[in-house]
Design a protein around this ligand. Structure first.
Ligand SMILES: [Zn+2]
Length: 140
């Protein structure tokens, strides 16, 4: 499962009060869709190394946050999943965030064009683009 990076290294403290991200992710293999993993990366000013809590980075005490879905979904290769994550800074504890996670209908989210997913709409667009390129020329 691909994870999202919703941080911007130039954000201000006020901007950190609320962070939101909406994603459409093309899955590269079939399997069980069980949740989403969140982590942060922080680049401090100067030549400091990046502080990353990514699962692929050396372990820190910060760790990651796993958002586990209420039920497991079996997914196919080249299927899309979509979600929205909103992080709101807690008014009680400024170092804590309340996490709001919503699964979205991937068929109602905009897909890139061309898109390699298995949805009939994207397959049709891909086919039309291929035929156009064969008869008219390359689409830029
Ligand atoms: Zn698509």
């Amino acid at each position: 499962m691909k994870c999202s990076d919703i941080s911007d290294p130039q954000v201000t403290s006020v901007e950190l009060d609320r962070l939101a991200d909406r994603r459409l992710v093309l899955l590269d293999h079939e399997g069980s869709y069980e949740g989403v993993c969140l982590w942060f990366e922080c680049q401090f000013p100067g030549d400091s190394p990046c502080l990353s809590t990514s699962p692929a980075s050396p372990r820190t005490h910060w760790q990651q946050t796993a958002l586990v879905l209420p039920q497991v979904e079996e997914v196919a290769a080249f299927e899309c999943v979509a979600w929205e994550v909103v992080l709101e800074r807690s008014s009680d504890e400024r170092r804590h965030y309340n996490i709001h996670f919503s699964m979205l209908d991937p068929d109602k989210e905009p897909h890139p064009i061309p898109c390699d997913c298995i949805s009939p709409r994207c397959a049709l667009i891909g086919h039309v683009m291929e035929e156009y390129e064969k008869t008219v020329g390359i689409i830029e």
